[in-house]
Design a protein. Structure first.
Length: 641
Protein backbone atom coordinates (compact mmCIF):
# COMPACT_ATOMS: atom_id res chain seq x y z
CA UNK A 1 0.00 0.00 0.00
CA UNK A 2 1.03 3.59 -0.49
CA UNK A 3 0.08 4.75 2.98
CA UNK A 4 0.81 3.35 6.42
CA UNK A 5 -2.12 1.81 8.22
CA UNK A 6 -4.20 4.21 10.30
CA UNK A 7 -3.80 3.70 14.05
CA UNK A 8 -6.97 3.31 16.06
CA UNK A 9 -7.60 5.98 18.67
CA UNK A 10 -9.76 5.97 21.73
CA UNK A 11 -13.25 7.41 21.55
CA UNK A 12 -12.44 10.48 23.66
CA UNK A 13 -9.36 11.28 21.63
CA UNK A 14 -11.28 10.94 18.39
CA UNK A 15 -14.01 13.29 19.63
CA UNK A 16 -11.40 15.83 20.75
CA UNK A 17 -9.71 15.73 17.36
CA UNK A 18 -13.01 16.08 15.57
CA UNK A 19 -14.10 19.05 17.66
CA UNK A 20 -10.69 20.70 17.69
CA UNK A 21 -10.88 24.41 16.95
CA UNK A 22 -9.37 25.25 13.57
CA UNK A 23 -8.94 28.98 12.88
CA UNK A 24 -8.46 28.21 9.20
CA UNK A 25 -11.83 26.47 9.00
CA UNK A 26 -13.50 29.36 10.84
CA UNK A 27 -11.97 31.76 8.29
CA UNK A 28 -13.33 29.65 5.43
CA UNK A 29 -16.83 29.47 6.91
CA UNK A 30 -16.83 33.22 7.61
CA UNK A 31 -15.72 33.94 4.05
CA UNK A 32 -18.34 31.56 2.70
CA UNK A 33 -21.04 33.33 4.71
CA UNK A 34 -19.92 36.74 3.43
CA UNK A 35 -19.95 35.60 -0.19
CA UNK A 36 -23.27 33.82 0.29
CA UNK A 37 -24.91 37.00 1.58
CA UNK A 38 -23.39 39.16 -1.16
CA UNK A 39 -24.30 36.72 -3.96
CA UNK A 40 -27.86 35.96 -2.86
CA UNK A 41 -30.21 36.24 -5.81
CA UNK A 42 -27.52 37.59 -8.18
CA UNK A 43 -27.78 36.17 -11.70
CA UNK A 44 -25.41 37.29 -14.44
CA UNK A 45 -27.74 36.56 -17.34
CA UNK A 46 -31.35 35.31 -17.19
CA UNK A 47 -31.32 34.46 -20.90
CA UNK A 48 -28.68 31.83 -21.61
CA UNK A 49 -28.86 28.31 -20.19
CA UNK A 50 -30.58 29.26 -16.93
CA UNK A 51 -34.25 28.68 -17.62
CA UNK A 52 -34.03 24.94 -18.14
CA UNK A 53 -32.27 24.49 -14.78
CA UNK A 54 -35.35 25.78 -12.96
CA UNK A 55 -38.06 24.88 -15.48
CA UNK A 56 -37.20 21.17 -15.93
CA UNK A 57 -37.51 20.28 -12.19
CA UNK A 58 -40.84 22.13 -12.11
CA UNK A 59 -42.10 20.12 -15.08
CA UNK A 60 -40.91 16.86 -13.51
CA UNK A 61 -42.75 17.76 -10.31
CA UNK A 62 -45.86 18.37 -12.43
CA UNK A 63 -45.71 14.77 -13.66
CA UNK A 64 -43.74 15.04 -16.91
CA UNK A 65 -41.05 12.47 -17.73
CA UNK A 66 -37.51 13.53 -18.51
CA UNK A 67 -36.34 12.75 -22.08
CA UNK A 68 -39.89 11.92 -23.15
CA UNK A 69 -41.87 15.06 -22.31
CA UNK A 70 -38.93 17.39 -21.76
CA UNK A 71 -35.49 17.37 -23.36
CA UNK A 72 -32.10 18.03 -21.84
CA UNK A 73 -28.52 17.06 -22.66
CA UNK A 74 -27.52 16.44 -19.03
CA UNK A 75 -28.05 13.39 -16.85
CA UNK A 76 -31.22 13.10 -14.74
CA UNK A 77 -29.77 13.18 -11.21
CA UNK A 78 -29.77 16.93 -10.55
CA UNK A 79 -33.18 17.53 -12.09
CA UNK A 80 -34.94 14.90 -9.99
CA UNK A 81 -33.24 15.99 -6.76
CA UNK A 82 -34.15 19.61 -7.46
CA UNK A 83 -37.72 18.52 -8.27
CA UNK A 84 -37.90 17.00 -4.79
CA UNK A 85 -36.53 20.25 -3.37
CA UNK A 86 -39.36 22.14 -5.08
CA UNK A 87 -41.78 20.34 -2.76
CA UNK A 88 -40.74 23.08 -0.34
CA UNK A 89 -42.39 25.60 -2.66
CA UNK A 90 -42.39 26.82 -6.26
CA UNK A 91 -39.90 29.62 -5.66
CA UNK A 92 -36.60 30.65 -7.21
CA UNK A 93 -35.09 30.85 -3.72
CA UNK A 94 -35.25 27.05 -3.49
CA UNK A 95 -32.57 26.90 -6.17
CA UNK A 96 -30.43 29.51 -4.41
CA UNK A 97 -30.54 27.42 -1.24
CA UNK A 98 -29.72 24.24 -3.17
CA UNK A 99 -26.78 25.97 -4.85
CA UNK A 100 -25.46 27.29 -1.54
CA UNK A 101 -25.70 23.86 0.09
CA UNK A 102 -23.82 22.29 -2.80
CA UNK A 103 -21.20 25.04 -2.68
CA UNK A 104 -20.78 24.59 1.08
CA UNK A 105 -20.32 20.82 0.76
CA UNK A 106 -17.83 21.30 -2.08
CA UNK A 107 -15.95 23.88 -0.01
CA UNK A 108 -15.59 21.57 2.98
CA UNK A 109 -14.54 18.65 0.76
CA UNK A 110 -11.90 20.77 -0.98
CA UNK A 111 -10.58 21.86 2.41
CA UNK A 112 -10.42 18.22 3.55
CA UNK A 113 -8.51 17.13 0.47
CA UNK A 114 -6.16 20.11 0.51
CA UNK A 115 -5.39 19.59 4.20
CA UNK A 116 -4.59 15.95 3.49
CA UNK A 117 -2.00 17.03 0.91
CA UNK A 118 -0.64 20.15 2.65
CA UNK A 119 -1.46 21.67 6.06
CA UNK A 120 -4.21 23.79 7.59
CA UNK A 121 -2.85 27.12 6.39
CA UNK A 122 -2.34 26.07 2.80
CA UNK A 123 -5.64 24.20 2.78
CA UNK A 124 -7.32 27.43 3.84
CA UNK A 125 -5.66 29.36 0.99
CA UNK A 126 -6.66 26.68 -1.51
CA UNK A 127 -10.27 26.68 -0.32
CA UNK A 128 -10.48 30.48 -0.36
CA UNK A 129 -9.28 30.37 -3.95
CA UNK A 130 -12.09 27.93 -4.81
CA UNK A 131 -14.61 30.21 -3.06
CA UNK A 132 -13.48 33.32 -4.91
CA UNK A 133 -12.86 31.99 -8.40
CA UNK A 134 -15.14 28.94 -8.61
CA UNK A 135 -17.99 28.78 -6.11
CA UNK A 136 -18.92 32.49 -6.11
CA UNK A 137 -17.46 33.84 -9.35
CA UNK A 138 -19.68 36.85 -10.17
CA UNK A 139 -18.33 37.37 -13.69
CA UNK A 140 -20.75 35.01 -15.44
CA UNK A 141 -23.02 32.02 -15.19
CA UNK A 142 -20.22 29.59 -14.47
CA UNK A 143 -20.16 29.16 -10.70
CA UNK A 144 -21.52 26.76 -8.11
CA UNK A 145 -24.52 28.77 -6.95
CA UNK A 146 -26.60 30.32 -9.75
CA UNK A 147 -29.09 28.19 -11.71
CA UNK A 148 -26.87 27.55 -14.73
CA UNK A 149 -25.61 23.99 -14.58
CA UNK A 150 -26.53 22.29 -11.34
CA UNK A 151 -25.78 18.92 -12.92
CA UNK A 152 -22.11 19.94 -13.03
CA UNK A 153 -22.15 21.07 -9.39
CA UNK A 154 -23.73 17.82 -8.23
CA UNK A 155 -21.05 15.98 -10.22
CA UNK A 156 -18.29 18.08 -8.62
CA UNK A 157 -19.51 17.24 -5.10
CA UNK A 158 -19.74 13.53 -5.95
CA UNK A 159 -16.28 13.49 -7.53
CA UNK A 160 -14.79 15.15 -4.43
CA UNK A 161 -16.46 12.47 -2.30
CA UNK A 162 -14.94 9.84 -4.58
CA UNK A 163 -11.46 11.34 -4.10
CA UNK A 164 -11.81 11.29 -0.32
CA UNK A 165 -13.05 7.69 -0.40
CA UNK A 166 -10.11 6.74 -2.65
CA UNK A 167 -7.71 8.41 -0.24
CA UNK A 168 -9.19 6.46 2.69
CA UNK A 169 -8.88 3.27 0.66
CA UNK A 170 -5.23 4.06 0.07
CA UNK A 171 -4.65 4.60 3.79
CA UNK A 172 -6.64 1.67 5.15
CA UNK A 173 -6.94 -0.82 2.29
CA UNK A 174 -10.60 -1.42 3.21
CA UNK A 175 -12.79 -2.31 0.25
CA UNK A 176 -15.79 -0.45 1.65
CA UNK A 177 -14.07 2.84 0.78
CA UNK A 178 -13.58 1.60 -2.76
CA UNK A 179 -17.29 0.83 -2.98
CA UNK A 180 -18.11 4.36 -1.80
CA UNK A 181 -15.76 5.78 -4.45
CA UNK A 182 -17.40 3.65 -7.15
CA UNK A 183 -20.92 4.70 -6.14
CA UNK A 184 -19.94 8.38 -6.09
CA UNK A 185 -18.28 8.07 -9.51
CA UNK A 186 -21.31 6.36 -11.04
CA UNK A 187 -23.69 8.98 -9.65
CA UNK A 188 -21.39 11.74 -10.93
CA UNK A 189 -21.84 10.33 -14.41
CA UNK A 190 -25.58 10.33 -13.84
CA UNK A 191 -25.33 14.06 -13.11
CA UNK A 192 -22.93 15.05 -15.93
CA UNK A 193 -21.52 12.52 -18.34
CA UNK A 194 -17.88 13.59 -18.66
CA UNK A 195 -17.44 13.92 -14.89
CA UNK A 196 -18.44 10.30 -14.43
CA UNK A 197 -16.01 9.15 -17.12
CA UNK A 198 -13.20 11.22 -15.60
CA UNK A 199 -14.00 9.96 -12.09
CA UNK A 200 -13.96 6.29 -13.06
CA UNK A 201 -10.69 6.78 -14.96
CA UNK A 202 -9.09 8.39 -11.91
CA UNK A 203 -10.30 5.64 -9.60
CA UNK A 204 -8.65 3.07 -11.85
CA UNK A 205 -5.40 5.04 -11.91
CA UNK A 206 -5.54 5.37 -8.15
CA UNK A 207 -5.84 1.59 -7.77
CA UNK A 208 -2.92 1.04 -10.12
CA UNK A 209 -0.78 3.39 -8.01
CA UNK A 210 -1.27 1.31 -4.86
CA UNK A 211 1.23 -1.36 -3.85
CA UNK A 212 -1.22 -4.23 -3.93
CA UNK A 213 -0.38 -7.32 -5.95
CA UNK A 214 -1.55 -7.48 -9.55
CA UNK A 215 -4.47 -9.83 -8.86
CA UNK A 216 -5.81 -7.56 -6.12
CA UNK A 217 -5.54 -4.46 -8.31
CA UNK A 218 -7.32 -6.15 -11.20
CA UNK A 219 -10.11 -7.30 -8.90
CA UNK A 220 -10.53 -3.85 -7.38
CA UNK A 221 -10.52 -2.22 -10.83
CA UNK A 222 -13.27 -4.58 -12.00
CA UNK A 223 -15.25 -3.79 -8.85
CA UNK A 224 -15.02 -0.04 -9.58
CA UNK A 225 -16.20 -0.44 -13.18
CA UNK A 226 -19.09 -2.76 -12.30
CA UNK A 227 -20.44 -0.75 -9.36
CA UNK A 228 -20.04 2.63 -11.07
CA UNK A 229 -21.67 1.25 -14.22
CA UNK A 230 -24.62 -0.16 -12.29
CA UNK A 231 -25.15 3.12 -10.40
CA UNK A 232 -25.47 4.92 -13.72
CA UNK A 233 -27.29 2.18 -15.64
CA UNK A 234 -30.03 1.18 -13.19
CA UNK A 235 -31.65 4.65 -12.87
CA UNK A 236 -31.46 5.15 -16.64
CA UNK A 237 -33.01 1.71 -17.19
CA UNK A 238 -35.92 2.60 -14.89
CA UNK A 239 -36.33 5.90 -16.73
CA UNK A 240 -36.15 4.13 -20.11
CA UNK A 241 -39.35 2.23 -19.28
CA UNK A 242 -41.16 5.55 -19.65
CA UNK A 243 -38.90 7.53 -21.98
CA UNK A 244 -37.30 4.75 -24.14
CA UNK A 245 -33.59 4.15 -24.66
CA UNK A 246 -33.73 5.88 -28.03
CA UNK A 247 -34.88 9.17 -26.46
CA UNK A 248 -32.31 8.92 -23.68
CA UNK A 249 -29.45 8.25 -26.08
CA UNK A 250 -30.48 11.09 -28.41
CA UNK A 251 -30.68 13.51 -25.47
CA UNK A 252 -27.40 12.59 -23.77
CA UNK A 253 -25.43 12.48 -27.04
CA UNK A 254 -26.90 15.33 -29.15
CA UNK A 255 -24.84 15.06 -32.34
CA UNK A 256 -26.42 18.03 -34.12
CA UNK A 257 -25.98 20.38 -31.19
CA UNK A 258 -22.46 19.18 -30.51
CA UNK A 259 -21.51 19.86 -34.10
CA UNK A 260 -22.76 23.45 -33.89
CA UNK A 261 -20.91 24.03 -30.62
CA UNK A 262 -17.71 22.50 -31.95
CA UNK A 263 -17.80 24.69 -35.04
CA UNK A 264 -18.21 27.85 -32.97
CA UNK A 265 -15.13 29.85 -32.07
CA UNK A 266 -15.81 29.35 -28.37
CA UNK A 267 -15.51 25.57 -28.61
CA UNK A 268 -12.63 25.42 -31.05
CA UNK A 269 -10.29 22.56 -30.13
CA UNK A 270 -7.04 22.99 -32.00
CA UNK A 271 -3.44 22.64 -30.92
CA UNK A 272 -2.73 26.24 -31.93
CA UNK A 273 -5.56 27.57 -29.75
CA UNK A 274 -4.42 25.44 -26.83
CA UNK A 275 -0.86 26.79 -27.06
CA UNK A 276 -2.18 30.35 -27.30
CA UNK A 277 -4.39 29.81 -24.24
CA UNK A 278 -1.44 28.39 -22.27
CA UNK A 279 0.77 31.30 -23.29
CA UNK A 280 -1.80 34.00 -22.46
CA UNK A 281 -2.68 32.59 -19.06
CA UNK A 282 0.98 32.09 -18.11
CA UNK A 283 2.04 35.60 -19.18
CA UNK A 284 -0.80 37.21 -17.23
CA UNK A 285 -0.03 35.03 -14.21
CA UNK A 286 3.70 35.85 -14.35
CA UNK A 287 3.24 39.62 -14.81
CA UNK A 288 0.57 39.86 -12.13
CA UNK A 289 2.57 37.84 -9.64
CA UNK A 290 5.68 39.90 -10.39
CA UNK A 291 3.82 43.03 -9.35
CA UNK A 292 2.63 41.39 -6.14
CA UNK A 293 6.13 40.10 -5.32
CA UNK A 294 7.67 43.50 -6.01
CA UNK A 295 5.14 45.30 -3.83
CA UNK A 296 5.70 42.83 -1.00
CA UNK A 297 9.47 43.28 -1.27
CA UNK A 298 9.10 47.08 -1.11
CA UNK A 299 6.86 46.82 1.93
CA UNK A 300 9.34 44.45 3.57
CA UNK A 301 12.17 46.90 2.91
CA UNK A 302 10.20 49.77 4.47
CA UNK A 303 9.47 47.62 7.47
CA UNK A 304 13.16 46.81 7.95
CA UNK A 305 14.07 50.48 7.96
CA UNK A 306 11.94 51.22 11.03
CA UNK A 307 10.95 47.88 12.54
CA UNK A 308 8.35 49.11 15.04
CA UNK A 309 5.55 46.76 16.02
CA UNK A 310 2.81 49.06 14.78
CA UNK A 311 4.27 49.12 11.28
CA UNK A 312 3.58 45.47 10.47
CA UNK A 313 -0.06 45.86 9.37
CA UNK A 314 0.80 49.12 7.63
CA UNK A 315 3.53 47.54 5.55
CA UNK A 316 1.15 44.75 4.62
CA UNK A 317 -1.37 47.40 3.60
CA UNK A 318 1.34 49.13 1.57
CA UNK A 319 2.06 45.92 -0.33
CA UNK A 320 -1.66 45.57 -1.03
CA UNK A 321 -1.84 49.18 -2.18
CA UNK A 322 1.10 48.87 -4.57
CA UNK A 323 -0.18 45.57 -5.92
CA UNK A 324 -3.68 47.00 -6.39
CA UNK A 325 -2.44 50.03 -8.29
CA UNK A 326 -0.01 47.96 -10.38
CA UNK A 327 -2.62 45.40 -11.37
CA UNK A 328 -5.05 48.19 -12.23
CA UNK A 329 -2.44 49.90 -14.41
CA UNK A 330 -2.16 46.67 -16.44
CA UNK A 331 -5.67 47.09 -17.79
CA UNK A 332 -6.18 50.87 -17.89
CA UNK A 333 -5.37 52.67 -21.11
CA UNK A 334 -5.70 56.23 -19.84
CA UNK A 335 -2.74 57.82 -18.06
CA UNK A 336 -5.19 60.06 -16.23
CA UNK A 337 -6.97 57.05 -14.77
CA UNK A 338 -3.62 55.51 -13.81
CA UNK A 339 -2.73 58.74 -12.01
CA UNK A 340 -6.05 58.74 -10.15
CA UNK A 341 -5.61 55.14 -9.05
CA UNK A 342 -2.08 55.72 -7.73
CA UNK A 343 -3.15 58.92 -5.95
CA UNK A 344 -6.08 57.16 -4.26
CA UNK A 345 -3.93 54.24 -3.12
CA UNK A 346 -1.16 56.45 -1.72
CA UNK A 347 -3.72 58.64 0.06
CA UNK A 348 -5.40 55.67 1.72
CA UNK A 349 -2.09 54.13 2.77
CA UNK A 350 -0.92 57.46 4.23
CA UNK A 351 -4.18 57.98 6.17
CA UNK A 352 -3.90 54.41 7.46
CA UNK A 353 -0.41 55.09 8.83
CA UNK A 354 -1.50 58.29 10.60
CA UNK A 355 -4.64 56.77 12.12
CA UNK A 356 -2.85 53.61 13.20
CA UNK A 357 -0.06 55.52 15.00
CA UNK A 358 -2.57 57.83 16.69
CA UNK A 359 -4.70 54.97 18.00
CA UNK A 360 -1.76 53.00 19.28
CA UNK A 361 -0.97 55.80 21.72
CA UNK A 362 -4.45 55.57 23.23
CA UNK A 363 -5.33 51.87 23.45
CA UNK A 364 -3.94 48.39 23.93
CA UNK A 365 -6.32 46.74 21.47
CA UNK A 366 -3.67 46.81 18.78
CA UNK A 367 -4.66 43.76 16.79
CA UNK A 368 -8.32 44.76 16.52
CA UNK A 369 -7.43 48.31 15.54
CA UNK A 370 -4.93 47.10 12.97
CA UNK A 371 -7.52 44.91 11.30
CA UNK A 372 -10.25 47.56 11.43
CA UNK A 373 -7.93 50.20 10.05
CA UNK A 374 -6.90 48.05 7.13
CA UNK A 375 -10.48 47.05 6.33
CA UNK A 376 -11.94 50.57 6.65
CA UNK A 377 -9.34 52.43 4.65
CA UNK A 378 -8.82 49.78 2.03
CA UNK A 379 -12.58 49.71 1.62
CA UNK A 380 -12.49 53.50 1.25
CA UNK A 381 -9.86 53.10 -1.43
CA UNK A 382 -12.10 50.60 -3.21
CA UNK A 383 -15.06 52.99 -3.17
CA UNK A 384 -12.95 55.86 -4.46
CA UNK A 385 -11.49 53.59 -7.10
CA UNK A 386 -14.96 52.62 -8.29
CA UNK A 387 -15.96 56.31 -8.29
CA UNK A 388 -13.10 57.52 -10.49
CA UNK A 389 -12.28 54.49 -12.62
CA UNK A 390 -15.94 53.50 -13.25
CA UNK A 391 -15.74 49.82 -12.23
CA UNK A 392 -13.42 47.19 -10.82
CA UNK A 393 -13.73 45.02 -13.92
CA UNK A 394 -10.63 46.84 -15.17
CA UNK A 395 -8.52 45.25 -12.43
CA UNK A 396 -6.57 42.19 -13.50
CA UNK A 397 -6.63 39.03 -11.37
CA UNK A 398 -3.07 37.73 -10.91
CA UNK A 399 -4.04 34.09 -10.29
CA UNK A 400 -7.37 34.06 -12.07
CA UNK A 401 -6.64 31.26 -14.54
CA UNK A 402 -4.44 28.18 -14.19
CA UNK A 403 -4.81 26.82 -17.72
CA UNK A 404 -1.05 26.74 -18.29
CA UNK A 405 -0.57 24.50 -15.24
CA UNK A 406 -1.75 21.29 -16.92
CA UNK A 407 1.59 20.70 -18.69
CA UNK A 408 3.40 22.01 -15.60
CA UNK A 409 1.68 19.40 -13.45
CA UNK A 410 2.72 16.62 -15.82
CA UNK A 411 6.35 17.80 -15.64
CA UNK A 412 6.22 18.03 -11.84
CA UNK A 413 4.84 14.51 -11.52
CA UNK A 414 7.50 13.16 -13.88
CA UNK A 415 10.32 14.74 -11.85
CA UNK A 416 8.86 13.87 -8.44
CA UNK A 417 7.63 10.36 -9.37
CA UNK A 418 9.36 8.56 -6.49
CA UNK A 419 8.36 11.06 -3.80
CA UNK A 420 4.74 11.28 -4.97
CA UNK A 421 4.42 7.50 -5.20
CA UNK A 422 5.80 7.08 -1.70
CA UNK A 423 3.80 9.75 0.12
CA UNK A 424 0.69 10.70 -1.79
CA UNK A 425 -0.35 8.04 -4.27
CA UNK A 426 -3.06 7.31 -5.27
CA UNK A 427 -4.68 10.67 -4.43
CA UNK A 428 -2.35 13.02 -6.31
CA UNK A 429 -2.30 10.84 -9.39
CA UNK A 430 -6.08 10.67 -9.30
CA UNK A 431 -6.32 14.47 -9.19
CA UNK A 432 -3.91 14.83 -12.11
CA UNK A 433 -5.63 12.25 -14.31
CA UNK A 434 -9.05 13.72 -13.48
CA UNK A 435 -7.89 17.21 -14.52
CA UNK A 436 -6.50 15.90 -17.80
CA UNK A 437 -9.42 13.64 -18.71
CA UNK A 438 -12.03 16.24 -17.78
CA UNK A 439 -10.38 18.85 -20.00
CA UNK A 440 -9.37 16.50 -22.82
CA UNK A 441 -12.40 17.47 -24.91
CA UNK A 442 -11.05 21.03 -24.93
CA UNK A 443 -7.63 19.71 -25.97
CA UNK A 444 -6.15 20.14 -22.50
CA UNK A 445 -6.92 23.70 -21.63
CA UNK A 446 -9.37 24.50 -18.87
CA UNK A 447 -12.43 25.98 -20.53
CA UNK A 448 -15.44 27.08 -18.45
CA UNK A 449 -12.86 27.72 -15.77
CA UNK A 450 -14.93 27.84 -12.54
CA UNK A 451 -16.59 24.47 -13.23
CA UNK A 452 -13.63 22.57 -14.63
CA UNK A 453 -10.65 23.66 -12.55
CA UNK A 454 -11.32 22.62 -8.96
CA UNK A 455 -8.91 19.66 -9.06
CA UNK A 456 -6.26 21.76 -10.82
CA UNK A 457 -6.57 24.30 -7.98
CA UNK A 458 -5.87 21.59 -5.38
CA UNK A 459 -2.83 20.46 -7.36
CA UNK A 460 -1.65 24.06 -7.73
CA UNK A 461 -1.64 24.69 -3.99
CA UNK A 462 -0.04 21.33 -3.30
CA UNK A 463 2.76 22.29 -5.68
CA UNK A 464 3.15 25.72 -4.06
CA UNK A 465 3.19 24.15 -0.60
CA UNK A 466 6.12 21.90 -1.47
CA UNK A 467 7.91 24.73 -3.24
CA UNK A 468 7.52 27.00 -0.20
CA UNK A 469 8.92 24.30 2.10
CA UNK A 470 12.03 23.75 -0.02
CA UNK A 471 12.71 27.34 -1.14
CA UNK A 472 11.95 29.19 2.12
CA UNK A 473 10.29 31.90 0.04
CA UNK A 474 7.26 33.78 1.50
CA UNK A 475 4.98 32.32 -1.16
CA UNK A 476 1.98 32.19 1.16
CA UNK A 477 2.23 35.96 1.69
CA UNK A 478 2.04 36.57 -2.05
CA UNK A 479 -0.97 34.29 -2.40
CA UNK A 480 -2.73 36.01 0.52
CA UNK A 481 -2.30 39.38 -1.21
CA UNK A 482 -3.64 37.97 -4.49
CA UNK A 483 -6.66 36.45 -2.74
CA UNK A 484 -7.44 39.64 -0.81
CA UNK A 485 -7.34 41.70 -3.99
CA UNK A 486 -9.46 39.19 -5.91
CA UNK A 487 -11.92 38.74 -3.05
CA UNK A 488 -12.52 42.48 -2.75
CA UNK A 489 -12.95 42.78 -6.52
CA UNK A 490 -15.54 39.99 -6.58
CA UNK A 491 -17.44 41.35 -3.60
CA UNK A 492 -17.52 44.74 -5.31
CA UNK A 493 -18.82 43.14 -8.50
CA UNK A 494 -21.78 41.67 -6.62
CA UNK A 495 -22.86 45.22 -5.74
CA UNK A 496 -23.40 45.88 -9.45
CA UNK A 497 -26.39 43.50 -9.49
CA UNK A 498 -28.94 46.11 -8.49
CA UNK A 499 -31.89 45.59 -10.84
CA UNK A 500 -34.57 43.10 -9.73
CA UNK A 501 -36.66 40.77 -11.86
CA UNK A 502 -39.61 40.02 -9.59
CA UNK A 503 -42.71 37.89 -9.46
CA UNK A 504 -44.66 36.18 -6.73
CA UNK A 505 -42.35 33.17 -7.32
CA UNK A 506 -39.21 34.99 -6.27
CA UNK A 507 -36.76 37.72 -7.18
CA UNK A 508 -33.41 37.69 -8.94
CA UNK A 509 -31.02 40.59 -9.50
CA UNK A 510 -29.08 41.41 -12.66
CA UNK A 511 -26.71 44.15 -13.89
CA UNK A 512 -28.72 45.43 -16.85
CA UNK A 513 -31.54 47.85 -16.02
CA UNK A 514 -33.09 47.65 -19.51
CA UNK A 515 -33.13 43.85 -19.45
CA UNK A 516 -34.70 43.84 -15.98
CA UNK A 517 -37.39 46.23 -17.19
CA UNK A 518 -38.13 44.07 -20.24
CA UNK A 519 -38.44 40.90 -18.15
CA UNK A 520 -40.64 42.57 -15.53
CA UNK A 521 -42.95 43.92 -18.24
CA UNK A 522 -43.04 40.49 -19.88
CA UNK A 523 -44.05 38.92 -16.55
CA UNK A 524 -46.76 41.54 -16.12
CA UNK A 525 -48.04 40.94 -19.67
CA UNK A 526 -48.19 37.16 -19.19
CA UNK A 527 -49.99 37.52 -15.86
CA UNK A 528 -52.46 40.08 -17.27
CA UNK A 529 -53.36 37.69 -20.10
CA UNK A 530 -54.02 34.88 -17.57
CA UNK A 531 -51.95 32.65 -19.82
CA UNK A 532 -51.33 29.05 -18.81
CA UNK A 533 -49.29 27.93 -21.84
CA UNK A 534 -46.33 30.10 -22.89
CA UNK A 535 -43.63 29.15 -25.41
CA UNK A 536 -40.29 30.97 -24.97
CA UNK A 537 -37.97 31.03 -28.01
CA UNK A 538 -35.02 30.65 -28.28
CA UNK A 539 -33.85 31.15 -24.66
CA UNK A 540 -35.18 32.64 -21.44
CA UNK A 541 -37.58 29.96 -20.25
CA UNK A 542 -37.00 31.15 -16.69
CA UNK A 543 -40.07 33.27 -17.49
CA UNK A 544 -42.14 30.06 -17.38
CA UNK A 545 -40.99 29.39 -13.85
CA UNK A 546 -41.50 32.97 -12.64
CA UNK A 547 -45.05 33.07 -14.07
CA UNK A 548 -46.00 29.45 -13.22
CA UNK A 549 -46.85 28.76 -16.84
CA UNK A 550 -46.22 25.60 -18.85
CA UNK A 551 -44.89 25.21 -22.37
CA UNK A 552 -46.24 22.81 -25.01
CA UNK A 553 -42.71 22.14 -26.22
CA UNK A 554 -40.50 19.34 -24.96
CA UNK A 555 -37.52 21.52 -25.90
CA UNK A 556 -36.49 24.05 -23.25
CA UNK A 557 -33.96 25.93 -25.39
CA UNK A 558 -33.74 26.51 -29.14
CA UNK A 559 -30.13 27.40 -29.82
CA UNK A 560 -28.77 26.41 -33.26
CA UNK A 561 -28.69 22.64 -33.55
CA UNK A 562 -31.76 21.89 -31.42
CA UNK A 563 -33.85 22.03 -34.61
CA UNK A 564 -31.00 21.27 -37.02
CA UNK A 565 -32.88 21.25 -40.35
CA UNK A 566 -36.15 22.06 -42.10
CA UNK A 567 -37.60 18.61 -41.39
CA UNK A 568 -37.05 19.08 -37.66
CA UNK A 569 -38.67 22.52 -37.87
CA UNK A 570 -41.75 21.12 -39.62
CA UNK A 571 -42.06 18.35 -37.03
CA UNK A 572 -41.83 20.93 -34.25
CA UNK A 573 -44.45 23.17 -35.88
CA UNK A 574 -46.82 20.20 -36.28
CA UNK A 575 -46.59 19.60 -32.54
CA UNK A 576 -47.21 23.28 -31.81
CA UNK A 577 -50.27 23.44 -34.05
CA UNK A 578 -51.68 20.36 -32.34
CA UNK A 579 -51.14 21.86 -28.91
CA UNK A 580 -50.75 25.62 -29.51
CA UNK A 581 -49.39 27.98 -26.82
CA UNK A 582 -51.51 30.92 -25.72
CA UNK A 583 -48.52 33.26 -25.87
CA UNK A 584 -45.07 33.17 -27.48
CA UNK A 585 -42.18 35.10 -25.97
CA UNK A 586 -39.67 35.78 -28.75
CA UNK A 587 -36.28 36.72 -27.26
CA UNK A 588 -34.51 38.03 -30.34
CA UNK A 589 -31.03 37.98 -28.78
CA UNK A 590 -27.97 37.42 -31.03
CA UNK A 591 -25.94 34.23 -30.76
CA UNK A 592 -22.74 36.12 -29.98
CA UNK A 593 -20.66 32.99 -29.36
CA UNK A 594 -20.91 31.53 -32.86
CA UNK A 595 -17.97 31.77 -35.23
CA UNK A 596 -20.11 33.33 -37.96
CA UNK A 597 -20.73 36.39 -35.82
CA UNK A 598 -23.89 37.90 -34.43
CA UNK A 599 -26.42 35.52 -35.99
CA UNK A 600 -30.10 35.72 -35.12
CA UNK A 601 -32.46 32.86 -34.43
CA UNK A 602 -34.33 33.54 -37.66
CA UNK A 603 -31.16 32.74 -39.61
CA UNK A 604 -31.09 29.18 -38.25
CA UNK A 605 -34.79 28.32 -37.99
CA UNK A 606 -36.59 30.54 -40.56
CA UNK A 607 -39.73 28.36 -40.65
CA UNK A 608 -40.28 28.80 -36.92
CA UNK A 609 -39.60 32.52 -37.20
CA UNK A 610 -42.20 32.94 -39.97
CA UNK A 611 -44.73 30.88 -37.99
CA UNK A 612 -44.33 33.19 -35.00
CA UNK A 613 -44.42 36.49 -36.90
CA UNK A 614 -47.05 35.68 -39.55
CA UNK A 615 -49.52 33.56 -37.60
CA UNK A 616 -49.53 35.52 -34.34
CA UNK A 617 -50.32 39.08 -33.26
CA UNK A 618 -47.71 41.21 -31.51
CA UNK A 619 -49.04 42.36 -28.11
CA UNK A 620 -45.84 43.58 -26.45
CA UNK A 621 -42.38 44.73 -27.58
CA UNK A 622 -39.65 45.93 -25.25
CA UNK A 623 -37.47 48.93 -25.93
CA UNK A 624 -34.40 48.09 -28.04
CA UNK A 625 -31.55 46.73 -25.94
CA UNK A 626 -27.87 46.24 -26.69
CA UNK A 627 -26.27 42.84 -26.18
CA UNK A 628 -22.60 42.32 -27.13
CA UNK A 629 -22.77 45.25 -29.51
CA UNK A 630 -26.02 44.20 -31.21
CA UNK A 631 -29.52 45.58 -30.70
CA UNK A 632 -32.36 43.21 -29.90
CA UNK A 633 -35.88 43.22 -28.45
CA UNK A 634 -38.11 40.97 -26.38
CA UNK A 635 -41.50 40.51 -28.03
CA UNK A 636 -44.67 38.70 -27.00
CA UNK A 637 -47.11 37.27 -29.56
CA UNK A 638 -50.66 35.98 -29.21
CA UNK A 639 -52.42 33.52 -31.48
CA UNK A 640 -54.67 35.08 -34.16
CA UNK A 641 -57.25 32.30 -33.67
Amino acid sequence: MSYPAVKMVAGKTLVKRTLKFEPSLVTILASFSLFAVMSWGKLADPIWDTGHEVEIPARILAGQVLYRDVETYYGPLAYYINAIALLLGHRIEVFYIAGLLLALIATLLVYTLAKRLTNQRWAMLCTLYVLIYCAFNPGGLLNFVVPYSYGVVYAIVLCLLAFIALDNYGKTGKVRWLIVAAIASGLAGLAKQEYGVAAVATMLIGIICTRQNLTKRLGDSLLIVVIAGLCAFIPLALLAKQASWENIFAALFPVAKSQVLTESGLFDVSLAKTLIEWQKSFVLFAVGLLIVITSTAIAHYLHQQQPNQWQKPVTFLASLAIAWSGLTVLRLGSLLNVYKVCLIVVFCAWISVIVTRWYFKLTNLKIIIQLLTIVVFFGLGLLLLRRFVCCTDAVFHPIGNLTWLLPAFVAWFAVQWTKIRQHYAPLLWALLIFSIVLNARFLFYINFYPLYAFTAVILFFTLLYHWARTSQLPIAKYIIICLIISGIIHLAQFTQYRYPISSDKGTLYIKDAELATAYNQAIATINAANAQSVLVIPEGSILNFLTTTSTPSKETIFIPGVLPNAAAEREFLARMRTNPPQLIVYVDVPFFWLREGYQRYRDYNPLVDRWIVQEHALIYASAPMTYFGEQWTLRIYQSLN
